[in-house]
Design a protein around this ligand. Structure first.
Ligand code: ATP
Length: 262
C-alpha cells in the first residue's frame, strides 16, 4: 500500500456541472506520485473533464489535494499539454519550448545556462531539435504535438498533465513518448495522461482510471482495472484483454466486427 504522501493527487467529491447537466461526479480518487496514471474510457466519458478538474482549469465542486496541499495554479507545480497546442502560435519551435521556462523566470527574467540546457534537452528528447527554427504553424500535426510535449518537459515541474498526447503521432513516436513518460516517472515526476490506446495505457501506465458517464468505473493497477466485463460496460463493445508470453497486454476488439462484416 502507498503511504498518504505518496499520492500526487487526492480528489474528493469532485463534481463538474454545465447548464444543469453533471459532466463529472467523482466521490474519491487518488493518483500515485512518481508514477504514470492513464485516464481511459469511451468518447464523452469525462476523461478531459477529469483532467481539467484535477488541474483546476474548470470550476468544480469538491477538493483536489496536490501532494497533500492545494494545486499550484502558478504553473510551477505542473505542466499542461492540451489537445491542439500551438496551432495558432506565430513562434518558432525553439521559442515555443523556451516558453516552458517562463514560470520559473517571471516575465522579465533572463534565461541562464540551466534554462538553455533544459530547452535543448527537451528538443532532443522529443526529436524536434532539427525543427528549432521552424514556425509552429508550419509543422505537421505530430511535430507540433511533440513540440508541445517538449515545452512541458522543459518546464521541469513535479507533475505533468497530458490530454491524448499520442494523437497525431506515428507508432515510433507513440512508443518513444510513452517511454519518455515512464522515464520521467522513474526520475520522480507524477504523470497523468488521457489515452485512447488501451495497449499503450496498459503497457506503460502504472495506474489506470477507467471512466464511464462522468464517473470512475475503476481505478488501480492495470491488473485490477482491466477485465472484459468492465471494458464492455465502459466501451459498449466486446474487448478481450490478455497477456502474451512476455506479459505484455493485448486487446482483441475484432470479434464482433468480423461477425458484423460476415
Ligand atoms: N463546455 C462544455 N459544455 C457542455 N458540455 C460539455 C462541455 N465540455 C464537455 N462537455 C460534455 O461533457 C462530456 C464529457 O466530455 P469530455 O471532453 O470530458 O469527454 P472525453 O472522455 O474526454 O471524450 P473524448 O474521448 O471524445 O475526447 C461530453 O458529453 C461533452 O459533450
Amino acid at each position: 500500500m502507498l503511504e498518504n504522501n505518496d499520492w500526487a493527487f487526492e480528489a474528493s467529491g469532485l463534481a463538474v456541472k454545465k447548464r444543469g447537466r453533471t459532466l463529472l461526479s467523482v466521490d474519491a480518487l487518488q493518483l500515485p506520485a512518481r508514477k504514470v496514471s492513464a485516464i481511459i474510457g469511451a468518447n464523452g466519458a469525462g476523461k478531459t473533464t477529469l483532467l481539467r478538474a484535477l488541474a483546476g482549469f474548470v470550476p468544480a465542486g469538491g477538493a483536489v489535494r496536490f501532494f497533500g496541499g492545494q494545486p499550484c495554479a502558478s504553473g510551477r507545480g505542473f505542466a499542461w499539454v492540451g489537445q491542439h497546442e500551438g496551432a495558432d502560435s506565430p513562434m518558432t519551435v525553439h521559442d515555443y519550448v523556451a516558453l516552458g521556462r517562463r514560470p520559473r523566470l517571471g516575465w522579465f527574467g533572463v534565461p541562464g545556462g540551466e534554462d538553455r540546457q533544459a530547452v535543448e534537452h527537451a528538443l532532443l528528447t522529443m526529436e524536434v531539435a532539427h525543427l528549432a527554427d521552424s514556425r509552429m504553424a508550419a509543422l505537421s500535426g505530430g511535430e507540433r504535438q511533440r513540440t508541445a510535449v517538449a515545452r512541458a518537459l522543459a518546464q521541469g515541474t513535479p507533475a505533468v498533465f497530458l490530454d491524448e498526447p499520442t494523437n497525431h503521432l506515428d507508432l515510433r513516436h507513440q512508443h518513444l513518448l510513452m517511454r519518455t513518460l515512464s522515464r520521467l516517472a522513474h526520475e520522480g515526476r507524477s504523470i497523468v495522461t488521457v489515452l485512447h490506446d488501451l495497449a499503450l495505457a496498459a503497457n506503460y501506465a502504472d495506474h489506470l482510471v477507467l471512466m464511464k458517464d462522468g464517473e470512475v468505473l475503476a481505478s488501480g493497477s492495470p491488473e485490477t482495472v482491466l477485465c472484459a466485463g468492465r471494458l464492455l460496460a465502459a466501451y459498449r463493445w466486446p474487448i478481450k484483454p490478455c497477456r502474451d508470453a512476455e506479459g505484455r497486454w493485448r486487446f482483441d476488439a475484432m470479434g464482433t466486427a468480423w461477425q458484423h462484416a460476415a
